[in-house]
Design a protein. Sequence first.
Length: 85
Amino acid sequence: MHKVQCNYCAGEAFESRQVPYLYEHEGKYLLVPNMPVEVCARCGMEYYDGKTLEETERHFDAIHRHEESPDSMLEVPVKKTAAMA
């Protein structure tokens, strides 16, 4: 039987969670507030399902082409650090 191991620490225990996920492409964003993820219980590395990521990309594209409406909009403040100014 093949054991599933974390690619980072070789841990074998994982927890299913829902986390905020920020998708970014070419300076545009989509926030998915409850993205399902498997988290390594040993080191915290997050693993996302490929089909879920593809669905997120599909929604991102449809929203930014105005073919689909987002559930809500969010205004986010931006502040550059002194090193970035």
